[in-house]
Design a protein around this ligand. Sequence first.
Ligand code: PMP
Length: 298
Amino acid sequence: MATYYDNNTVIYLNGSYVKTADAKIDLYSQTLHYGYGVFEGIRSYRTASGDTRIFKPKEHFLRLEKSAAAYNLPYNWTVEELTIATYKVLEENNLQDAYIRPLVYAPANMSFNLNTESFITIQAWEMQPFLGDKLLRVMSSSFQRPNPRGFKIEAKACGHYVNSIMASQEAKAMGYDEALLTDMNGYIAEGPGANIFFEKDGKLYTPPSGNILPGITRATVKEIAAELDIEVIEKLFTADELKAADSAFFCGTAAEVIGWESLDGSRFSGDWNGSLSRKIQQAYKERVTEKIAAEASI
Ligand code: PMP
């Protein structure tokens, strides 16, 4: 298991900065029992100029608020206060390349009734800067993503991740690196914690929003593609269509942009290093570490 904290680690908890070791949450929380809570996954980076920079904090904290609203969780924090709190958590823990986990959780409540308040914590731990460019061996999951008529699938909610855990564990038990899930109609949806793009004949394709978490990294990839003059087409597609792609990648805040070697053992025909996907991966790295901006200011 990874180490997330030690005796000196500090977290943000409902307006205070406290040691993880001293922090308490209510064991009767509706979040713990029913998975009824919302969270975010954010990254900070040591930039090319040596600063610590949170990537797209506004987008993440606005999504946290939208996720809370989608699930009727009371929410009264601002983007500004949470961004300031997050920088303080990073500073208190001497973190630059970090993964940041805000979680909005419910009070003690064993019923299914609405709450009058929510609580919040922000935790952070070290992330290694870019773990190389190993290509993933992906498996078509036997699990489908949650049906949007059963869940607010566009929200990032705790309970959704039971599905992610099951799919990822299944793929790893079968000797693969990661799972790929379909929507309830059998079209490709996303990975357990990342969106998917594929490249075919000089264009990029990705599933439309509706049955996926429309990721912030997915939006960044679209921005990068526009700058590089690469067309992005949003459409539904099947695993067979995906297997005929030139290249494919997952993208997400934690995964960043990570290429695929194969799907169900079927290798992609294109050379990864010469692919548009690889170009996007490179541009993403430069964007999060502000390499381009740093070079421009030299
Ligand atoms: N889909 C799922 C199911 C996820 O958990 C994530 C990670 N938050 C993503 C997609 C990618 O979203 P983002 O780029 O905002 O991290």
